[in-house]
Design a protein around this ligand. Structure first.
Ligand SMILES: *Cc1c(COP(=O)(O)O)cnc(C)c1O
Length: 392
């Protein structure tokens, strides 16, 4: 059991999970459901704003050091009551996930590769000494929440229910140490398409004066503490007329991520005519996006391997600049759950602009193709491996 070790050993000894003890595991069969008596009025699709309104219910599970996971509860959406000294407010014992639920043509509610989010959530928890949980049990509970709130899952292309699983340390007291209490909760917000009328390519500013993540850091975990420091560089970019910032790392100018998305570039070698789809490797500074992984798998599976090289490798802003000059930069896009793919048309770097081609009306060809491949699987129009889970 991890608690007898320092939290550092807890991380290195990853085979020792905190749930591997006599304490109660997370058990979906203990679920208690208390339904609202005051249902909310559902907003029409055109009034949905990302993360502003929530469904009627939420899921909560308390964990204690002494007893493990308590009985899961779905109850009316409500405020949390916590002591002002609670560790989450002082030392950022907080992690989260982001995934979406989609209504398929038969009216089923589906989630896209939610097991990947559970894996990542457990890895985030382990890194900040919060408890692990049984992934499949949380998925069953999320399915139950989706069934209870299914009328909130909007219909239509690009519409979905955004799910926000969250875990916080709830021990009261200012001592810096391993929390002996935690709360895992899931809230859900109906959302519209990231781009309300098709794609809109974005202009990026390459940020070289601040870094998002560093070797040995926690940039590969979805910890709340990683996000607040990203807002000021984002504001700086906005002030100069850019919609997002491109995170560089090191004096070499390695390209890592864009805003809170992974990033892909397409190059075409002039001599061989071969195209390369490239994204940064998972070296600990890159968030392991479910969308990123899905794009790599689909590209390896579906693109003609005589024409394409699919690369996870380090590459720099200087390489992009050089390739743009030679006409070897074909397209670029961000990738994440919110937008799936987000086309890029420009990168501001050291006062100059690197123009990124956009071959179709509002995105590159591969960007559009990949967006459509993933959308079809998400909405259950097409089955692919076990990537789509139906809530039962
Ligand atoms: C969540 C996130 C992503 C994208 O991950 P998905 O699982 O594809 O949504 C990429 N980068 C950062 C920094 C993130 O927080």
């Amino acid at each position: 059991m991890c608690r007898s070790f320092s939290s550092f050993r807890c991380i290195t000894m990853s085979t020792i999970k905190r749930y591997a003890s006599n304490h109660a595991p997370l058990d979906s069969s203990k679920l208690i459901i208390e339904k609202t008596t005051t249902p909310k009025i559902k907003l029409p699709n055109d009034k949905l704003i990302f993360g502003k309104t929530f469904t009627d219910h939420m899921l909560e599970i308390e964990w204690t050091e002494d007893n493990g996971w308590g009985a899961p509860k779905i109850s009316p959406y409500h405020a949390l009551k916590l002591d002002p000294s609670t560790v989450v407010f002082h030392y950022a014992f907080e992690l989260f996930e982001g995934l979406k639920a989609y209504k398929d043509p038969q009216g089923n509610i589906r989630t896209f590769r939610p097991n990947k989010n559970m894996e990542r959530m457990n890895e985030s928890a382990e890194r900040i000494a919060l408890p692990n949980f049984e992934s499949e049990e949380l998925l069953k509970l999320i399915d139950k929440l989706l069934i209870v709130d299914k009328d909130f899952v909007p219909e239509g292309k690009g519409y979905s229910l955004y799910l926000r699983p969250t875990m916080i340390g709830t021990t009261a007291g200012l001592g810096v140490g391993t929390p002996d209490k935690a709360l895992l909760y899931v809230i859900a917000s109906p959302v519209g398409p990231y781009y309300s009328s098709g794609f809109r390519p974005v202009s990026l500013e390459a940020t070289d004066y601040a870094v998002r993540a560093w070797p040995g850091g926690v940039g590969d975990k979805k910890l709340g503490a990683n996000y607040a420091p990203c807002i000021v560089p984002q504001l700086q970019a906005a002030k100069r007329g850019f919609q997002q910032n491109l995170w560089l790392f090191g004096k070499e100018g390695y390209i890592t991520e864009v805003g809170t998305m992974n990033v892909f570039f397409v190059f075409k070698d002039k001599e061989s005519g071969k195209k390369e789809l490239v994204t940064a490797p998972l070296d600990g500074t890159i968030l392991e996006g479910v969308t990123r992984d899905s794009i790599l798998q689909l590209a390896r599976d579906r693109l003609n391997q005589d024409e394409w090289i699919i690369s996870e490798r380090k590459f720099t802003i200087y390489e992009v600049e050089e390739k743009a000059k030679n006409g070897e930069l074909i397209e670029a896009f961000g990738a994440g759950t919110a937008a799936v793919v987000s086309p890029i048309n420009n990168i501001g770097f050291k006062g100059e602009n690197i123009n990124v081609p956009v071959s179709l009306e509002s995105s590159g060809e591969l960007t559009a193709q990949i967006g459509e491949w993933i959308r079809k699987i998400q909405y259950g129009e097409e089955e692919y491996k076990d990537w789509s889970r139906i809530a039962k």
